[in-house]
Write a new protein. Structure first.
Length: 187
């Protein structure tokens, strides 16, 4: 079934919307949730929360890309569940991945709150940054910081050496830092 047909089912409030979303994107949703939560029961609950989140938000939202919308919803649900249930137990890949970006996403040290975190503005800035990257670099960056794959998994997925993956990630984090500093300076 086409994404536009599934979205139409959501707008009709047909329960088949959930069924068709599960058929088409269930594996993706479970994969994202499991990578963050690393527990089958939590993954299943997160998958159900993702479908409920989509049901509650479509309508009024009409996603331009249902796959990306499902992935984003799954990721947000999994991170929320992760923070709630695993505050003391940290998934090392998620924590390492987030700590690598910490320096680039830190507040501006000017004594003011970083307003870039409001109203999705930071997401827009990062999206514009990602749009300017070469496709291979963007893929490596997204696999690490969106899907939380380890360097070893990225090596396998992209057919690259460890040094190549680490080099791409290091250079891209540096570019992100420069990009954010330029945006913050303009603000």
């Amino acid at each position: 079934m086409e994404d536009s047909d599934i979205i139409a089912l959501f707008f009709e409030r047909s329960e088949n919307a959930i069924k068709e979303t599960k058929i088409k994107y269930g594996n993706l949703i479970r994969s994202i949730a499991f990578r963050i939560l690393n527990h089958p029961a939590d993954t299943e609950e997160c998958e159900n929360d993702t479908y409920m989140g989509m049901w509650m938000s479509i309508p009024p939202v009409r996603p331009g890309n249902l796959k990306a919308y499902a992935a984003k919803t799954a990721r947000n649900q999994a991170l929320k569940k992760y923070r709630f249930q695993h505050a003391e137990k940290r998934n090392p890949e998620v924590m390492l991945s987030l700590s690598e970006l910490e320096e680039q996403l830190a507040d501006r040290n000017d004594g003011t709150e970083n307003s870039l975190f409001e109203d999705g503005e930071l997401a827009d800035i990062i999206n514009s940054f990602l749009a300017d990257l070469k496709p291979g670099t963007r893929r490596v960056f997204m696999l690490r910081y969106w899907y939380f794959l380890s360097v070893k998994e990225i090596m396998s997925e992209c057919g690259m050496s460890k040094s190549k993956v680490e080099s791409i990630l290091f250079r891209t984090r540096g570019k992100l830092k420069v990009h954010l500093e330029r945006v913050w300076k303009v603000k």
